[in-house]
Design a protein around this ligand. Structure first.
Ligand SMILES: [Zn+2]
Length: 338
């Protein structure tokens, strides 16, 4: 998977080129069952559109179900690799006796192919709301969880605000330490001489996020015009876009890299909160100082003035405010920007 790496002026999350984003696919992908007009494969008629559809379908079959590995290049041309992929698929399901390396309209191989296709595969680009709408739906199902993480963060900050600028001593001392614990772990709040205004600002930031999460359909969509492909393969958001009342085009746009996160609610929440930090920023602070989990060296090395603006810090804090202190999640990507 690609990841958010360097910050662009527009607030997007630039990413190193990832293996899959170099491939360019014809946008006319088949929707629903794959249909062909003439035979495809060894000795077949091999009309461009038919070959294209078969290649697309084969790439949606997992290798364990006889799909090609590596995946075919979808180019509408029936070469040796496409023929081999058809043969392997037939051998897997019908044995050598049922194998002629060719797929004919209305015959058993085509029926089996449509049966074995996993429609929810890592999507090709550009994304389309028709074919890839499940990606958006899959992420939006985690909005309630994300909202409760943001709520938990705000509650934690509120409790800390009552004691943040008081003396650390006596009975209140242990109480204070407890209330400040998570904020210090992530944001090093006690390194600030005066904490209340900082906490108030953080509370406001999470509050803006809540506004977005209360109306996700107004602010979150798929990146269907492909404009973010060279910036991030996961998600992009315009810096401060939430506050720009004149231009509403800069929504949070999900890219195909959210594929894995659709099944992991903390992962989805982490992506959302990271992007939301870009989206609701008021002062133009970019938010990429280090990426990763709070215990990663790059995150530990952040200064307190950086933590209070860092996208991943906002995400990690909210997750732990909700879940309690967590093991480092396996899906976290780590990066340092300086
Ligand atoms: Zn980012």
């Amino acid at each position: 998977m690609g990841d958010c790496a360097h910050m662009k002026d527009d607030g997007g999350c630039e990413v190193k080129p990832d293996r899959q984003s170099n491939q360019q696919f014809d946008p006319k992908r088949p929707e629903g069952d794959i249909v062909i007009t003439k035979s495809v494969g060894q000795g077949g008629v091999n009309i461009y559109d038919d070959v294209y559809n078969i290649q697309y379908g084969l790439d949606q079959v997992a290798p364990i179900d006889g799909g090609p590995s590596p995946q075919l290049v979808i180019d509408g041309l029936c070469g040796p690799k496409t023929i081999k992929a058809i043969r392997d698929f037939q051998v897997k399901h019908f044995g050598w006796a049922g194998c002629d390396s060719r797929i004919d309209p209305g015959q058993q191989t085509l029926a089996k192919l449509n049966e074995k296709r996993n429609r929810n595969v890592y999507p090709t680009i550009p994304l389309s709301l028709n074919t890839d709408g499940w990606l958006l739906t899959g992420m939006l199902q985690h909005v309630p969880h994300t909202r409760s993480c943001v709520h938990a963060a705000m509650t934690n900050i509120s409790l800390a605000m009552a004691v943040a600028d008081s003396q650390d001593s006596g009975f209140l001392g242990s109480n204070r330490q407890q209330r400040m614990k998570l904020l210090n772990r992530h944001f090093k709040i006690d390194n600030f001489k005066v904490r209340l205004p900082i906490l108030q600002q953080m509370h406001d930031t999470y509050g803006f996020m809540l506004n977005v999460l209360n109306r996700p359909e107004a602010f979150i969509t798929l990146d269907t015009d492909n404009s973010g492909e060279n910036i991030s393969s996961v998600s992009i958001a315009r810096l401060g876009g939430f506050h720009d009342k004149k231009d509403v085009s800069g929504r949070i746009r999900l890219r195909r890299g959210v594929f894995l996160a659709t099944g992991i609610q903390d992962f989805a929440a982490h992506i959302f909160i990271h992007e939301l930090r870009h989206f609701v920023a008021k002062d133009g602070t970019q938010g990429h100082f280090a990426k990763g989990w709070v215990t990663d060296p790059g995150m530990q090395a952040l200064r307190e003035t950086e933590t209070v603006n860092n996208c991943d810090t906002f995400a990690g804090f909210a997750l732990e405010a909700k879940n309690g202190e967590m093991e480092r999640p396996p899906w976290i990507k780590s990066d340092v920007f300086r």
